[in-house]
Design a binder for this molecule. Structure first.
Ligand code: FES
Length: 109
């Protein structure tokens, strides 16, 4: 089985500097790539910025009580852990590993 190699990309020096404020999803520009980062129960999750259904901006959605990212347009839900479409429409969301290291927060692209 092939082991996936990630390109670990620096996002921010701390959770505070990600700028969540009162929101539970933020958008981050990493070079030419835009991703979303969500905070749920003190854990960070990274995923694609556009909904896999019809491209709505996931940053405009929210995280529900079960830990799903909810699309703002048609309310399809996606697990933060693996991107699985938990409302069953068959569109899975791409997720990225995220790690907090000594010098900051990194996303594996
Ligand atoms: S665009 Fe997200 S559910 Fe339709």
């Amino acid at each position: 089985m092939a082991i996936r190699e990630y390109n670990w990309t620096f996002v921010a020096s701390s959770i505070e500097s990600l700028g969540f404020g009162n929101y539970d999803i933020i958008q981050a520009e990493l070079g030419e790539k835009t991703i979303c980062i969500a905070k749920y129960k003190d854990t960070l999750y990274a995923f694609q910025s556009k909904c896999p259904h019809a491209g709505a901006k996931m940053v405009m959605g929210y995280i529900d009580l079960q830990g799903n990212a909810v699309c703002p347009l048609h309310r399809f839900k996606f697990s933060l852990k693996n991107g699985y479409n938990t409302t069953g429409e068959g569109y899975n969301m791409k997720t990225f590993p995220i790690e907090i290291k000594e010098d900051g927060i990194y996303v594996g692209l």
